[in-house]
Design a protein around this ligand. Structure first.
Ligand SMILES: Cc1cc2nc3c(=O)[nH]c(=O)nc-3n(C[C@H](O)[C@H](O)[C@H](O)COP(=O)(O)OP(=O)(O)OC[C@H]3O[C@@H](n4cnc5c(N)ncnc54)[C@H](O)[C@@H]3O)c2cc1C
Length: 457
């Protein structure tokens, strides 16, 4: 298994392309193939040949049960291979770390709703279940998991929880940490652990679920997740207000956040993004309301008083359609596409947009943002010209500004030319030593997704 020394060496080398054992292996051609054959056949004997594949020299396995996952982890450890859990693999090209000998473990055969208690508004779901499929089933009972991440239709609930993905509606409904009430996890040593339960807050002790949300498959493999659900809103409206300046947006931000409004979204689109979504070439403030028709009418009247009547309105399915187009914008398959997630305090959002404008005005790349004026989460995209000089240094300045304001700028999607100049996660947070201690306690051999997380965890 990958030794502590190798790992430290790889870290200190911090050359994305370079890896100590790679040198070792390339000199002795053939050894790699034998090792590959050995583990391929032992995995096939565990879960069946049809569920073990080799793609681009990488092993890809499809277990169907927790027991099979346990056996795969033990076999991987015995053969000196790392393991990378995978949902739909939207992020599989991302932050690959230094593991060369690794097994991509797909949860795609573990799909379905295990239990749905309609009166209790809870549901237990297998981790390989696509979010869209889950929401469609829950919708039949007028319920949903109130998250709206920017993910493709195939993205799995396990991958979304492992990345703690969220969307604009976080301003009203909160994040996954508010809805996950239980988990089943296979630990790196193959043991199966249950955390939380099927009812809201039933166990004493540390809420381990929260530790695994956002852990990106570096601490354990999620196999089943139990959620608290909400009734689906009967009626929703989305008001799209064109604004000329960031000052206008700042005025509305302060009034709306300090008022009786209960917006289900409060996103500011930069002019470039407004045009992409069929709006005028100006800033566009998206103010959503999920509180039923009467509340939406009151909402709209108040917004008219505050911002005038010159706005676009989308109701019900029209609003759903708009959000669909909005989400698909972030799922570009172009190589020349960068997506960064910036998190700052809400009142720092507009000064950050001002900085971006100063940095990228006059540049030929297309920079656009959707900025959460209530959540402080900004989705920044840059495309068409990422291999130009200057893009990464500008992003570095933007990251330094965010970190100076107790925030962060994380690359969610970026081509190698950028990854080579800018780390995915940015500076290690002050609590990093504790995070490292937790990783070393739970995964002492760095078996799971090692090198892909913050500080090389
Ligand atoms: C740092 C970061 C932050 C992100 N934040 C957001 C966001 O706020 N909103 C948004 O819409 N999208 C966000 N994304 C994108 C989001 O991660 C993916 O779109 C989503 O995870 C895709 O689901 P998937 O099934 O394709 O997962 P994959 O891409 O297959 O996996 C995503 C991550 O989760 C791990 N993983 C997958 N399944 C499991 C499992 N069962 N157990 C343990 N680990 C698992 C993988 O190893 C990988 O690290 C973020 C991505 C990154 C890198």
């Amino acid at each position: 298994m990958l030794g502590r020394g190798d790992w430290e060496a790889a870290q200190s080398g911090s050359e994305l392309a370079y890896c100590p054992w790679e040198v070792r292996n390339t000199n002795s051609l053939g050894v790699k193939d034998v090792e590959h054959e050995n583990i391929h056949s032992s995995l096939s004997s565990l879960i069946g040949t049809t569920h073990v594949q080799t793609q681009h020299n990488q092993l890809l396995v499809y277990p169907a049960t927790e027991e099979e996952i346990s056996q795969i982890l033990r076999a991987a450890s015995a053969h000196g291979y790392g393991v990378v859990p995978q949902g739909n693999g939207s992020q599989s090209q991302f932050g690959k770390g230094f593991i060369e000998k690794k097994i991509q473990l797909s949860l795609k055969r573990m799909t379905g709703i295990v239990e749905h208690s309609i009166p209790d508004l809870t549901a237990a779901v297998l981790a390989g279940t696509p979010l869209q499929m889950m929401q469609q089933v829950l919708k039949q009972s007028g319920q949903w998991l109130p998250i709206d991440p920017m993910v493709s239709a195939e993205a799995t609930i396990g991958g979304i929880v492992a990345a703690n993905s969220s969307g604009p509606k976080r301003i009203l409904y909160g994040s996954l940490r508010d809805y996950v009430i239980g988990m089943r996890i296979v630990y790196p040593d193959g043991s199966v652990v249950k955390s939380g339960g099927k009812v809201v807050k039933n166990v004493a002790g540390y809420d381990l679920c929260k530790l695994f949300i956002g852990s990106r498959g570096t601490l354990g493999i999620l196999t089943e997740i139990t959620f608290k659900l909400r009734p689906l809103p009967h009626y929703q409206e989305l008001v799209l207000i064109p604004l000329q300046t960031l000052d206008e947006a700042a005025k509305l931000q302060r009034i709306i956040l300090a008022s009786e409004f209960i917006p289900s979204s409060l996103e500011l689109l930069t002019p470039q993004f407004s045009v992409e979504l069929g709006q005028r070439p100006s800033y566009t403030l998206l103010v959503g309301c999920d509180e039923g028709e009467a509340a939406c009418i009151y909402h709209r009247e108040r917004l008219t008083e505050l911002a005038g009547a010159d706005f676009n309105l989308k109701r019900g399915e029209g609003a759903d359609q708009f959000w669909q187009e909005y989400r698909s914008y972030f799922n570009s398959s172009s190589q020349d596409f960068l997506l960064a997630k910036v998190s700052v305090l809400p009142m720092q959002v507009l000064p950050f947009l001002q900085l971006l404008r100063e940095l990228f005005d006059g540049s030929s790349v297309l920079m656009s943002c959707s900025a959460g004026l209530g959540t402080g989460i900004i989705r920044l995209t840059i495309q068409d010209g990422l291999n130009q000089d200057g893009v990464a240094p500008k992003l570095k300045i933007a990251r330094e500004w965010a970190e100076k304001h107790q925030g962060a700028l994380i690359l969610e999607k970026a081509p190698f030319v950028i990854q080579k100049q800018l780390s995915i996660w940015g500076s290690e947070p002050s609590a990093f030593p504790l995070m490292k201690a937790i990783k070393q306690k739970i995964d002492p051999d760095y078996l799971l997704n090692s090198g892909s997380f913050i500080g090389g965890l």
